[in-house]
Design a protein around this ligand. Structure first.
Ligand code: FES
Length: 712
């Protein structure tokens, strides 16, 4: 076979991984089998293919056999793909001419007691990889220039800290604040826990430093109207309140530090009906401006409007500390005041536990209530408030008269934050706060490169945590700006203009602003914004939009190679189904890896095909598998809400549902198609999912479209 003028010359290298693969899979048999595959000019084995001897063997063979494609059959690409790609590059081969097969985590380790079947599976996986490799193309990783200036959106403590950090490192910063003054929520706080330092002191220091720094361009009473461009070169349009005047700035990176606001518990516990019912934030303002009349009795109610069954289901994290802090401040101001805190659970993490003890030592009462029996607040004719609650520990109704009822309400996203999310095309999580790329690996990055988040815009946190996170976001933004350029992934969307009819389905499906629908002509891929998820390619009805390295042709070649020898394995009760499992390269592939590492055994019938995201799986891929005889197809991805491309798995789910309907037309039972989700830590769940699915397909019997079904 030839692509263009080039004759395909594929080398296959199979690793024993000591005893890990070789102890189960018959490696020499797989090597001999690989030699029989189309365009394979050499195949060999090594005890450890990733050792210097193994890598030298690959490099030597590339030169000796003039190889233009390399397939390594070994362990997980998560740890070793880069090693082998680099070896190819060192031997003068473009590293995207490399394909990897995992026969350790996905084969020998999960079928330890079935060497024959594991060997057959290894052959199938090699055949699929060789077929895909035949269609691989050389790719280049584009380099982007990064402009050394940043935009920080939000002039609260997080935004000011990030701006100062970047300015001190020598970068120009545009600091944009929607209000006429800097400070955000810090302007309303009184004394900060646990130091009791005056919030206004911190505010004054930060504002003075920001205003005195010549590298910081301050834009108050200003909002972000529009953001165009990409990492390294964002064009941002600013608009001043009450003016039509627009200003354009150009920056390399963006930090979102827009803060949050306190939830207003309207209609709850007499809030706004009785002036003595107020939120913690309002109490702090009164303490700050001296507007609080000395109370004799105070009741604080925790979790007001938070941790609900629907809506604000999250814990706001800081309310317990704020309540303890304010209760202790009241005690210091008025030592004989009686304070009761009605709580569901006191969540005083870390050193704040000491704070909780201090409150108890100061005779602050803690009364636990059941969320199903929340406290009731009634106004008495004498102007006092009566608070009744079912005390969980006393198992009795308790009534307390109070002068003040203070409601601890959660921080919530504000309207401006929601608007900014759509202007920047960065996601909000289910709780409404800005959603980071990965909670552990990229906790202050958005999935969109060059945009970072910090402070309460990202979720409830106290002032210290906001400051710490602001430094983290500033560091993340500073690294590419200091280097001046970055190399981006080569796996990008690409449009075949010969086929494209300009329907714009790709543009609509892309949430990264990576596809511009042009009024005339074809869509344009903004490569700097493309994340390589392939959702646009799967949504394109004509196959005009493709994802490099995961083109339809490449995926279909692997599917066809798996199923072309349509031999029926077993019959009747001994029927052995062939299951194709699409696994996203992030969570579900990692879950399959973990099943292997944990030696969790599942049926050998499953063949995993790696895709960047479950959202890349096209209806065409699924139908091709069934039409070629797959007995079952399962698409797997990250848990809903955890997709590395935000909602690729949601799109995959709806695509699978739609495809199920069309299966009927082909006489295929819709039970043969499934979608499942697993996080990277759910190896057992992945194995169980596969076991259950294989059992289901076994009961359904062979795919009726399989040639020779019922007798080969
Ligand atoms: Fe895993 Fe999208 S990246 S489903």
């Amino acid at each position: 076979m030839e692509t263009g003028k080039e004759e395909l010359r594929i080398g296959v290298f199979i690793c024993h991984c000591g005893f890990n693969i070789g102890g189960v899979v018959d490696v020499p048999a797989v090597v001999e089998y690989a030699k029989t595959l189309p365009n394979v000019v050499c195949a060999d084995e090594n005890l450890y293919m990733c050792s210097s001897a193994g890598l030298s063997l690959i490099k030597e063979y590339i030169k000796k056999y003039n190889l233009n494609r390399v397939v390594v059959t070994s362990c997980t690409p998560a740890t070793h793909e880069t090693v082998f790609r680099n070896a190819c590059e060192e031997a003068g081969l473009n590293k995207y001419f490399f394909e990897m097969v995992n026969i350790r985590e996905h084969c020998s380790w999960v079928h330890m007691h079935h060497p024959k079947e594991a060997t057959e599976k290894a052959k199938d996986l090699v055949r699929m990889a060789v077929a895909k490799a035949s269609y691989l193309e050389p790719l280049v990783e584009p380099e982007l220039e990064i402009k050394p200036s940043a935009l920080v959106i939000g002039g609260g403590i997080a935004g000011m800290t990030a701006a100062m950090s970047l300015a001190r490192q020598g970068f120009d910063v545009h600091l944009v604040e929607k209000e006429s003054e800097l400070g955000g929520m810090l302007r309303y706080l009184y004394k900060l826990q646990p130091t009791e330092r005056d919030a206004s002191e911190i505010l004054h220091e930060a504002v003075t430093a920001v205003k005195a720094n010549s590298r910081i361009n301050l834009h108050t009473s200003t909002v972000i109207k529009e953001v165009k461009g990409f990492f390294g070169n964002f064009d941002v349009i600013l608009q001043r309140h009450g003016s039509n005047e627009l200003k354009q700035i150009n920056v390399g990176t963006i930090i979102v530090a827009t803060g949050a606001e306190g939830f207003q518990p309207l209609g709850m516990y007499g809030y706004k009906e009785n002036e003595n019912v107020m939120t913690q934030l309002e109490l702090e303002q009164r303490l700050k401006n001296g507007g609080l009349k000395k109370p004799k009795k105070v009741v604080m109610i925790q979790c007001v409007g938070a941790r609900e069954r629907t809506g604000r289901t999250y814990c706001s994290r800081v309310c317990c500390m704020i309540a303890l802090n304010n209760a202790l401040l009241l005690k210091k101001l008025y030592p004989d005041v009686e304070i009761s805190i009605f709580f569901r659970d006191m969540q005083t993490y870390g050193e704040y536990e000491d704070f909780y003890r201090e409150a108890m030592e100061n005779f602050i009462d803690f009364i636990r209530y059941d969320p199903d029996k929340p406290p009731k607040v009634t106004s008495k004719p004498n102007g006092k408030l009566a608070v009744t609650v079912h005390d969980v520990y006393l198992k009795a109704e308790v009534e307390i008269d109070s002068d003040l009822v203070i409601l601890s309400t959660p921080l919530v996203q504000h309207e401006e934050g929601r608007k900014l999310s759509s202007v920047l095309k960065v996601p909000l999580g289910l709780d409404g706060f800005f959603f980071e790329a990965h909670p552990k690996l990229r906790p202050v990055d958005f999935s969109s490169e060059g945009i970072y988040v910090c402070g309460t815009a990202h979720g409830p946190k106290d002032v210290n945590e906001s400051i710490a996170q602001a430094y983290a976001a500033a560091s993340r933004a500073a690294i590419p700006m200091a280097v001046g350029k970055i190399r981006t992934e080569a796996v990008k969307a690409w449009v075949d203009t010969e086929i494209c009819v300009g329907c714009d389905a790709c543009e609509v499906s892309c949430i990264f602003n990576a596809i511009e629908a042009l009024t005339f002509g074809h869509p344009h891929v903004v490569e700097a914004n493309c994340k390589g998820c392939g959702v646009c390619a799967a949504e394109c009805p004509l196959g005009a939009m493709q994802l490099r390295h995961f083109k339809d042709q490449q995926i279909l070649a692997a599917i066809e190679a798996l199923l072309k020898p349509k031999k029926l394995r077993g019959s009747g009760e001994n029927f052995e189904p062939i299951i194709l499992c699409f696994a996203c390269q992030w969570c579900s592939y990692a879950a399959a890896d973990l099943a292997g590492v944990s030696r969790i055994q599942y049926p050998h019938n499953v063949r995993i095909l790696r895709v960047p995201c479950s959202g890349r799986v096209d209806v065409l891929h699924i139908l091709k598998a069934f039409l070629n005889g797959a007995d079952g197809v399962i698409v797997t991805g990250c848990l809903i809400g955890d997709c590395h491309y935000i909602d690729g798995n949601v799109k995959a789910k709806s695509r699978v549902e739609t495809t199920k309907k069309s299966l009927k037309v082909f006489g295929i039972d819709l039970e043969r198609l499934e979608i499942g989700f697993a996080s990277s830590s759910e190896g057992q769940k992945f194995a169980t999912m596969m076991t259950d699915f294989v059992e289901r397909i076994r009961k359904l019997g062979p795919n009726p479209l399989r040639v020779g079904a019922g007798g080969d």
